[in-house]
Write a protein that binds this ligand. Structure first.
Ligand SMILES: Cc1cc2nc3c(=O)[nH]c(=O)nc-3n(C[C@H](O)[C@H](O)[C@H](O)COP(=O)(O)OP(=O)(O)OC[C@H]3O[C@@H](n4cnc5c(N)ncnc54)[C@H](O)[C@@H]3O)c2cc1C
Ligand code: SF4
Ligand code: SF4
Length: 431
């Protein structure tokens, strides 16, 4: 048996470019490739014993995997009135917003905008179901894909999962249903959808909206272990449920234990107060689209400076910044607002977003020179389309670009851009 092609999938993971979207499980089928919990505690696609992947199917995977290719939503989705910003990309409008239903606003990670839009799409009958995420029943700290066919299920998925969350494990089977649906996923998940759309016309016909949280990355196993074991002194094996955000903005990080005990910590306790020390997957540190250029609408936090004030204990109901990127997204916001699902506030501009998201702005400027560092060390990075990386590098200036490139080369040198061959400690079962 010739298993030489298998290495092409494994190498995406070993070069630390897998964001655990789950698409390859859907492409190959779980009998051949399945998402698995690895010895390192991460979630990765693992090839089943005795399986030899073919060259053509590997070519396809490399065209579709968001660790290989990232693309903004195609220009055909834009209107002639849209604007373009070097940092924030194409947008039709930027606006404050929140879910009109106070309970949805309370449950949502920020202001519940993504949940409100999903509820509108479902309850109006525009779509049959929502593909998004919820807490995993198998591994309480993880997320898992949720297919919501009623409002309760949509609300169950509200909140951010700051952990591996493979929402695309059966996306091809969902397309096979030949019914309209909407996707709420991280920008890298939506990039995978956009990549698939180039080859599968059902994507543009059936997926009526692509909605994203603006995303700085999730917390990898070593960060979770530091928080759960070192900071809180808890045994991870005793955790039965974990919630990161929601029930206020940001709301408490809440852990339930097997004896019924509940432990709560703050957002700042979870992430740490010094943003430069946040533990993130390497893939997320070199992400060229954390700002959701792949989606019709991206929804962000609106804390000045990028983080909540850890000393402010007053209740914040949550207000999102909406980055509306397509004609279709603009029309959806209008319909959801007219139908009473969404409340809209002041109009925003790109420099407001810089103020709410300084970490996204800085990463967007730096990512092209980080890619240069990866390339110089013979490491892969995703090919990009319409993400302006050369112009961003130029805008950052040569000295900082050089510093970013060198910093990345050093990180490669100490193994930060390498992962072990993915192996399965436990198969991650589909919900
Ligand atoms: C990993 C991660 C990193 C983030 N980083 C930033 C950041 O840097 N800056 C910023 O402004 N905001 C960030 N957010 C987004 C922020 O937490 C809110 O999700 C966003 O403002 C939308 O708020 P909302 O109230 O509209 O969301 P909600 O109404 O609570 O809806 C959230 C939706 O996202 C889906 N979802 C949650 N987690 C995941 C996941 N891991 N994978 C796929 N789908 C998921 C849920 O199922 C739900 O449908 C991040 C979110 C995530 C998941
Ligand atoms: S990013 Fe997605 S498609 Fe690519 S290897 Fe990881 S799980 Fe598979
Ligand atoms: S930072 Fe980028 S790669 Fe990481 S989870 Fe977010 S969108 Fe995906």
């Amino acid at each position: 048996m010739d298993t030489s092609q298998n290495q092409r999938l494994e190498q995406i993971c070993q070069d630390a470019m897998c964001s655990a979207c789950g698409l390859c499980e859907s492409l190959f089928g779980p009998a051949r490739v399945q998402m698995a919990i690895t010895p390192e505690g991460d979630l990765r696609p693992v090839i089943k014993p005795g399986v030899a992947l073919g060259a053509e199917e590997m070519d396809r995977l490399e065209r579709l995997c968001p660790g290989q290719r990232l693309e903004a939503l195609p220009a055909a989705f834009a209107s002639p009135d849209g604007q373009d910003d070097l940092i924030w990309g194409h947008y039709e409008a930027m606006q404050m917003g929140w879910a009109s239903d106070p309970q949805v606003r309370h449950r949502g990670a920020t202001g519940g905008v993504l949940t409100a839009l999903a509820l509108y799409l479902l309850e109006s009958g525009e779509v049959d179901f929502i593909l998004h995420a919820k807490a995993s029943s198998q591994q309480p700290s993880f997320g898992e894909r949720q297919v919501s066919r009623n409002s309760e299920q949509v609300i169950e998925g509200a909140g951010s999962r700051y952990a591996p969350t493979a929402i695309l494990v059966d996306v091809l089977e969902l397309l096979d249903l030949d019914r309209p649906f909407a996707v709420v996923g991280k920008p890298c998940d939506l990039s995978a959808i956009n990549n698939l759309a180039r080859e599968d016309p059902r994507v543009d016909r059936l997926i009526r909206a692509r909605l994203a949280p603006v995303c700085g990355g999730y917390m990898p196993p070593e960060g979770q272990a530091r928080f759960i074991q070192q900071d809180l002194g808890l045994d991870p094996a005793r955790i039965t449920a974990m919630r990161y955000r929601g029930y206020g903005c940001p709301g408490p990080t809440r852990i339930e234990l097997d004896d019924g005990q509940v432990v709560e910590a703050s957002y700042s306790d979870f992430w740490g107060q010094d943003e430069s020390q946040w533990v993130l997957p390497f893939r997320c540190k070199v992400c060229a689209d954390g700002i959701g250029e792949a989606g019709d609408i991206a929804a962000a936090d609106t804390w000045p400076g990028g983080s909540p004030d850890p000393n402010d204990t007053s209740y914040d109901p949550g207000t999102n910044a909406l980055i509306i990127r397509s004609q279709r997204g603009r029309a959806l916001v209008q319909r959801a607002s007219a139908a009473g699902y969404l409340s809209l506030g002041e109009t925003l501009g790109p420099r407001d977003l810089d103020g709410f998201q300084p970490h996204q702005r800085n990463k967007k400027l730096a990512v092209g020179s980080r890619y240069a560092g990866l390339a110089a060390e013979g490491k892969r990075h995703p090919a990009t389309q319409d993400l302006r990386l050369d112009a961003l590098t130029e805008a950052m200036g040569p000295a900082e670009a050089q510093r970013q490139t060198e910093g990345t080369r050093q990180r490669v040198g100490v193994g930060k851009a390498s992962e072990p061959l993915p192996r399965a400690v436990a198969w991650f079962k589909r919900p």
